[in-house]
Design a protein around this ligand. Structure first.
Ligand code: IFG
Length: 542
């Protein structure tokens, strides 16, 4: 190869032939076949291309091992040590489908030629350590959950075709790396609004698998709103059968039986994802009010609503039956939900007086606590008295000390933590640009860069790193009906939010992220994810 020796832009080192492509950001680095020496500038005789690692979210630290790679073969096995949880079986399922290899999973065995998953006391929580060498792959974590997170990194070291649901030709080679990784925030979430349009269990499970690839660990299900009530409640059958019978646009609705909900919870748990159910109130309650006349202050049930206005409905704050209902609803949800949180909504209560709003929140908080759960609410709850340990979900577009940020500070002042979901950065139902066929634009247009370039710990004055529990990207479904619609609005912005939730702020830059995000495109194609090909991202020609 002619021309001056290439230097590593960061350290000015002259690179050997093996690393020159990786250092120039090329999608592949050339790796010598075993035993073939390479010297600077001379390309080794027999090599095959091994993609340089392009992992999202960016690991806290990743070191490439030049000239080292690990190739899956028919002999590759997974050694999942006791306590390693679902990670081994989950990874084997993915690898078997696309390689056609048997990929047995055993509880013990040698590490040579194997992928070993080991829970050790050297790591804690979701932290993991991944070492890929020529002879073996070793993933070590402080918990089964940490192994599952590390498996997502391991997947992304393999060629995109590894995500194919059918057998593809190899080679199945991953670059030698050493990764030491752990998350910045505990709550890395997405929300699926199943109230405006209903999504089947299969659609929710598909969304869970997509989100799990980016280390998302929380799925918030918006189970009730003006247009639909989506969970069956014993003793109040009409909530689901009538209140869930339609949707935005007047089409067919639907609801989850409690067995359905339990199936979703279990599917999520096998991916170390916590379900946070939301029963919105005191606003956004028309579906329930339409189902039972006695819930209304005037004793009259309004008609079902299939439009997209907000703020016109309210629980009847003065009536005891309101709290009898919520006691049953929240009690049954608490029993069905292993996670620590119940979300009680609290947004856009434009038809509830401020005094009644405070009364409502102060009555519902203790009900949530009685069932052993922590209360989550949209940030307006900060205006009321809330139990310490509550969580305020910030959704306004205001920043710094602008008007809409005050209730977030009020919540923090009462000992609450904050989940950051600013609508002008994290709302997945916002259009990318004016030509986007789906979504809304009331919070502004959100291209991928807008969803990435913000810091949850500095956006709102008085809400600092220690106050932020995490981030969440809500997908409101007024305009979202099909899997293709879900994909188009979610990808590529959910991985951006996932990186904000996982990676160290100091490791994040748009110029680096967009290159790693581009490498996700062929993976989404292999997974049949209908993603938006943002002009801001250098997608590879695939
Ligand atoms: N705001 C409403 C949502 C939904 C959204 C659509 C919140 C907390 C607008 N409340 O966001 O119900 O309609 O972008």
């Amino acid at each position: 190869m002619a021309g001056p020796p290439l230097t590593d832009s960061k350290h000015g080192r002259v690179l050997s032939g093996r690393r020159v492509l990786a250092a120039t950001g090329a999608a592949t680095a050339l790796v010598c076949a075993p035993g073939v020496p390479a010297t600077a500038g001379q390309l080794p005789a027999s090599t095959h291309a091994v993609a340089a690692p392009r992992v999202v979210p960016a690991p806290a630290s990743l070191r490439t091992l030049p000239g080292v790679s690990f190739t899956l073969t028919r002999k590759t096995k997974i050694v999942a040590r006791p306590g390693s949880g679902t990670a081994g079986g989950y990874l084997a399922g993915i690898l078997r489908r696309s390689t056609g290899y048997p990929i047995p999973v055993t509880g013990a065995g040698g590490s040579r030629g194997a992928i070993s998953l080991v829970v050790s006391r050297h790591e804690k929580g979701e932290a993991y350590h991944l070492a890929v060498t020529k002879a073996s792959v070793r993933l070590e974590a402080g918990s089964a959950e940490g192994l599952f997170r590390g498996v997502q990194t391991l997947r992304q070291l393999l060629p995109p075709a590894i995500e194919s649901p059918t057998v593809k030709p190899g080679p199945w080679t991953m670059p030698g790396v050493e990764v030491a990784d752990s998350p910045r925030f505990a709550w890395r979430g997405t929300m699926l609004d199943v109230a405006r349009h209903f999504f089947t269990i299969q659609q929710v499970e598909r969304y869970i698998d997509q989100a799990a690839l980016y280390k998302i660990n929380t799925l918030h299900l918006h189970l009730s709103d003006d247009q639909g009530w989506r969970i069956a409640i014993d003793g109040w059958p009409r909530l689901a059968t009538y209140g869930g019978s339609t949707a935005v646009g007047g089409g067919k609705g639907g609801h989850y039986t409690q067995a359905d909900y339990t199936a979703i919870v279990r599917y999520a748990a096998a991916r170390y994802m916590t379900i946070v159910p939301e029963i919105d109130g005191p606003g956004h309650t028309n579906a329930a009010l339409a189902s039972y006349a006695q819930l209304n202050c005037d004793g009259k049930a309004p008609p079902l609503y299939t439009g997209t206005d907000v703020g016109f409905s309210s629980w009847c704050i003065a009536k005891p039956v309101t709290y009898e209902l919520l006691n049953d609803v929240l009690g049954q949800l608490a029993r069905l939900t292993p996670g620590p949180y119940l979300h009680i909504g609290g947004d856009e209560a434009h038809s509830t007086t401020a005094a009644d709003y405070a009364t409502f929140i102060e009555k519902v908080g203790p009900i949530v606590g009685k069932y052993g759960k922590k209360m989550v609410g949209w940030n307006e709850i900060g205006a009321a008295k809330i139990p310490p340990g509550s969580v305020a979900q910030y959704w306004n577009t205001a920043k710094g000390s602008e008007g809409g940020t005050q209730t977030a500070r009020d919540a923090v002042a009462q000992g609450a933590k904050v989940v950051m979901s600013p609508a002008n950065h994290a709302y997945l139902d916002m259009k990318y640009d004016q030509s986007t066929p789906l979504g809304q634009d009331w919070a502004g247009l959100i291209e991928v860069r807008d969803s990435y370039e913000w810091d949850p710990a500095t956006l709102v004055d008085g809400v600092t790193e220690k106050d932020v529990l995490g981030v969440e990207a809500p997908l409101w479904s007024e305009t979202i009906v099909t899997n293709d619609n879900i994909d188009y609005m979610t990808f590529p912005r959910l991985p951006a939010i996932a990186e904000i939730g996982w990676s160290p702020q100091a490791r994040r830059s748009w110029d680096d992220f967009r290159v790693r995000l581009a490498a996700q495109g062929p993976r989404w194609s292999a997974m049949s994810v209908n993603f938006y090909r943002s002009p801001q991202v250098p997608w590879p020609a695939s």
